[in-house]
Ligand binder design. Structure first.
Ligand code: TYD
Length: 202
């Protein structure tokens, strides 16, 4: 039985979500909450091996979808569900909204296929809250150009990123009860304040 809370972070590459993880973990721990910080694809030994394949090997978009959900099955069984059952807060850097955005929105995999996998792999597990870090595409591309060696997804073009952004905003519009859209096109300090405000309500 789920007792803790499941919080996910989403956004395009370059939106800056990962920067805020230490802050969120510290805020939750300051409230005396056990906090498990994890990521997708990954979060388990097998999941991290799948991540290496997913981020670097060219493959069919449906193969990518299936491997994302294979990694997710492992992640849920070994990390997310046990933590939630203990009453922990689980913070995941990406989850299934990323599959809807990247594999469906940007790469064209049918949403029904993802929905079926979601039901199969997750049962009724859904995030309690999702922080969507939103920036215009040109900002995200500019940030990525200054970052480290890009992975497969980070090498995509502006059109791909535009589809991605729209898909994320659509997910948010369809799930307003759990999505918090953060305008990440402002100073780090301001974004941090927005994040703190949202986390204080969870
Ligand atoms: P990301 O979370 O951006 O990590 P880092 O900050 O280390 O680059 O990288 C994960 C990549 O995987 C990202 O480009 C999005 C992609 N991804 C999908 O395409 N589908 C998914 O379901 C998930 C979870 C991630």
């Amino acid at each position: 039985m789920k007792k803790g809370k499941f919080i996910t972070l989403e956004g395009m590459d370059g939106a800056g979500k990962s920067t805020h993880i230490p802050t969120i973990v510290a805020l939750l721990q300051a409230r005396g909450l056990e906090t498990v910080s994890t990521r997708e694809p990954g979060g388990t030994a097998l999941g991290e091996q799948l991540r290496t394949l997913l981020l670097h090997e060219p493959m069919h978009a449906e193969t990518e979808t299936l491997l994302m959900f294979a990694a997710r099955r492992e992640h849920i069984a070994n990390v997310i569900e046990p933590a939630l059952a203990r009453g922990a807060y689980v913070l995941s850097d990406r989850f299934t909204d990323a599959t809807y955005a990247y594999q469906c929105g940007a790469k064209g995999v049918a949403p029904d296929k993802i929905k079926q996998l979601e039901i199969w792999v997750q049962g009724d597990l859904r995030p309690d809250a999702t922080l969507l870090f939103d920036v215009p595409v040109e900002i995200s591309l500019k940030r990525l150009a200054n970052a480290r060696e890009p992975d497969k997804f980070e090498r995509e073009d502006a059109q791909f990123f535009e589809k991605l952004r729209q898909a994320y905003l659509q997910r948010a519009a369809e799930n307003p009860e759990r999505f918090h859209i953060i305008n990440a096109n402002q100073s780090l300090e301001n974004v941090k304040k927005l994040v703190e405000n949202i986390i204080s309500t969870l």
